[in-house]
Design a protein around this ligand. Structure first.
Ligand code: UD1
Ligand code: CA
Length: 482
């Protein structure tokens, strides 16, 4: 996050208030609207991130109400301050609730917690325009091809820069509904005229709410300047009021993320199918196959190949790593030129060393697999410290859990674990030692040894032939008796 520049004494003191108290009725959700996610992050987190690039985060106020504590828990780590709007009686009422918090500021920029695409550049433009034009209220407006459901901007005259009012869709006349210039729900207000007039808001409207939009008319009538500035990119102001708008915004964010990765040298086949979170980083010449998800704060190096249907969350992948299709990684780290999959499951705390191989249907949890070590087939490795150049045979299982506690397995450098072995932790297999296939290892194996822990084979030569002959004889006797 870029630090905002120091304020000069002559500069107005600017706060940002984010409207985030509403329920989001149209989403039909148990969760509050602003916590619904796009691009892998709650709507509100996007807005806070943009705001905190313009003013110091302690000057950002999130106005919360519906499920306030849940919202506070979700974004509290950003350092924003909270204002409680206990009852949600409209966007104007939300600013009434913030009066005390905003008392020490000259200008407040109002953002909407459900419009996550707003950029810091646009917020700065709005602030600078508002301050240099000495306006009481500046509306960030946009021209939308389909303005349905947005408030419409009514100008004092067709060519006038000044605004007379904003009318909500529900209260608009047929003629007003044809206006394509909409109110983005984002504004700059000068604090003094805002709070000198806010008590004039009324709730005589279809929702019985105090609309912040009515401040345009109130301030204009009070002979204050109400201006507008157009958003450079109309899609920046899109609001997420419905599940389908959420999906549109998510798609928009995902596509621009893919676009910027491709510009930086990442190959993405079929980007429409990939889900890459905004915070993910991917190095040049890495290839992303179709239907890949790269989530959270994942970092992928360069020259990697990420196979289809892999889901990678909060993980660190080195350079030249090959992840074959169908892998799931969660809080894992994978060093350079390692090979995973197809169908490997790396759970939290998995550290895969340089050049190591983890193959199909292998699950790891809280494991260190050393350089060039291999666990290629059908294996569970949990709570294990595995050295370099170890071969873990097919079907090996670390028995790490006794029903109460987890225990550790150590396999030292160069050891060879035969297929279908079970290693009952706590247990250690020493350097260069062998474990015979199908062993159940319950005791430590010293360096350079062989451990075989399985039943001895019984051998009965000719047994199968005898059986066959016995059966044939019996069949013959039965058919003779009929
Ligand atoms: C609002 C504007 C509309 C504009 C649109 C742009 C009003 C009356 N209308 O409509 O002109 O075109 O945004 O997206 O303002 N909120 C509170 N407290 C409340 C009510 C709402 O904090 O009591 C918050 C909501 O959580 C939301 C934001 O304010 O984040 C906007 O509310 P919403 O109900 O989505 O307004 P719109 O109908 O979209
Ligand atoms: Ca909205």
């Amino acid at each position: 996050m870029s630090k905002s520049p120091a304020r000069r004494v002559s500069d107005p003191r600017v706060a940002i208030a984010i409207l985030a108290a509403g329920k989001g009725t149209r989403l039909k959700s148990k969760a509050p609207k602003v916590l619904h996610e796009v691009g892998g992050k709650p709507l509100l987190a996007h807005v806070i991130a943009a705001a905190a690039q313009v003013v110091p985060v302690e000057d950002v106020f999130a106005i919360v109400g519906h499920q306030a504590s849940r919202v506070q828990d979700a974004v509290g780590n950003t350092g924003v301050r909270f204002v409680i709007q206990a009852e949600q009686r409209g966007t104007g009422h939300a600013l009434m609730a913030a009066q005390e918090a905003l008392a020490g500021y000259d200008v407040v920029i109002v953002l909407s917690g459900d419009a996550p695409l707003i950029t810091s550049a646009t917020i700065e433009k709005l602030r600078d325009f508002h301050v240099s034009n000495n306006a009481a209220m500046t509306v960030l407006a946009a021209e939308l091809a389909d303005p349905t459901n947005y408030g419409r901007v009514i100008r004092k005259g067709s060519k006038s820069a000044e605004i007379a009012a904003i009318v909500e869709e529900k209260s608009a006349s047929l003629e007003q509904r044809r206006i394509r210039e909409i109110n983005s729900g984002i504004y700059a207000f000068s604090v003094k005229p805002l709070y000198a007039n806010i008590d004039r808001l009324e709730s005589e409207n279809p929702h019985r709410e105090f609309y912040l939009t009515d401040m345009a008319k109130i301030l204009a009538k009070a002979k204050q300047r109400v201006l507008s500035i157009a958003a450079a990119d109309a899609s920046e102001v899109l609001g997420a009021n419905t599940r389908s708008e959420l999906a549109d915004i998510d798609r928009n964010l995902r596509m621009s993320k893919c676009q910027s990765l491709m510009e930086s040298g990442v190959t993405i086949f079929y980007p429409e199918t990939c889900v890459i979170d905004g915070d993910a980083e991917i190095g040049a010449d890495t290839i992303i196959e179709p239907f890949v998800q790269i989530l959270g704060a994942t970092r992928v190096g360069s020259d990697c190949r990420i196979g289809s249907y892999s889901v990678i969350r909060n993980s660190r992948i080195g350079d030249g790593v090959v992840i074959r299709p169908g892998c799931v990684l969660e809080q894992a780290s994978v060093e350079n030129i390692a090979i995973l999959g197809p169908y490997s499951h790396l759970r939290s705390g998995s550290h895969i060393g340089e050049g190591a191989h983890v193959g199909n249907f292998v699950e790891t949890k809280n494991v260190r697999l050393g350089k060039r070590s291999k666990a290629n087939h059908l294996t569970y490795l949990g709570d294990a410290e595995i050295g370099e150049a170890v071969n873990v045979g097919a079907g090996t299982i670390t028995c790490n859990y006794d029903g109460v506690h987890k225990h550790k397995t150590v396999i030292d450098d160069g050891a060879f674990i035969g297929s279908d072995s079970t290693l009952v932790a706590p247990v250690r297999v020493g350097k260069r030692s062998y474990v015979g296939a199908a062993s159940c290892v319950t005791e430590d194996v010293p360096d350079d040894s062989l451990a075989v822990g399985r039943a001895r084979q019984i051998l009965k030569p000719g047994w199968a032939k005898d059986k066959r002959e016995r059966q044939a004889k019996q069949k013959k006797e039965e058919s003779a008796a009929k």
